[in-house]
Unconditional design. Structure first.
Length: 224
């Protein structure tokens, strides 16, 4: 099974999720994309651990091995899942948002963090519903308890943007350099990577071909 994990304040209907799903569907391959923050207040009450639990629940529904494709926060979650599950055999990480706790700390600063903690939630723009929503303080607290740079031993394709305004390219390069089975592709794009969908699909299709020999997708789209 190939599972796509969306990013923060996003959803299974995101541009990348739909774009990759359509491209893989043209090869006869389903790309499953769960909502990691389901329910009317799912986003407000979400934490990285709750999102990871949704992803792992999907993986547990079918016998592995599985491949995970993760975007931004979903990339970090995908790496976390691979670090703790034996049924994940390949990863495709798109602008993976490593070191979430550290990046949010630097972005908000002491005053912003104190306000978030005091008020109990922080307003952010929720791309999936196209409106502002509030994320609870437990989201930030939970992020501090998880490894900022998960150790991964499975083959991993990483696509990072040269003009990424949210995730430092240096952080991604550093993680790839110490992850033996990882390969990095840098594209001239911004964090969303929407201008690079064709390149991402081509790289992912070829990278996942060995997974396809066990019944998912081959280069010709027909599996084994």
């Amino acid at each position: 099974m190939i599972v796509y994990l969306h990013g923060f304040a996003s959803g299974p209907g995101s541009t990348k999720a739909r774009g990759l799903s359509e491209r893989f569907a043209a090869l006869g391959v389903a790309l499953r994309s769960p909502d990691l923050t389901p329910g009317p207040e799912g986003f407000e009450r979400s934490t990285p651990s709750s999102m990871l639990a949704v992803a792992e629940g999907v993986l547990s529904e079918a016998r592995g091995p599985h491949a995970l494709v993760g975007s931004s926060l979903g990339g970090w979650l995908a790496a976390l899942a691979a670090s703790r599950r034996r049924d994940v055999e390949r990863l495709v990480l798109l602008a993976p948002a490593f070191a979430l706790h550290e990046r949010w700390s630097a972005r908000l600063g002491p005053e912003g963090l104190a306000r978030w903690r005091r008020e109990g939630s922080e307003e952010v723009y929720h791309h999936a519903s196209a409106r502002p929503r509030r994320i609870g303080w437990p989201f930030f607290e939970d992020a501090a308890r998880l490894p900022p740079f998960p150790e991964v031993a499975v083959p991993t394709l990483v696509v990072a943007a040269r003009r990424d305004e949210l995730v430092r390219l240096e952080d991604v390069e550093s993680w790839v350099s110490r992850t033996r089975e990882a390969r990095l592709v840098v594209v001239d794009d911004a964090h969303e990577l929407v201008a690079s969908l064709d390149r991402i699909f081509a790289e992912a299709r070829d990278f996942l071909a060995p997974h396809g020999r066990r019944g998912e997708v081959g280069r010709d789209g027909r599996g084994p």
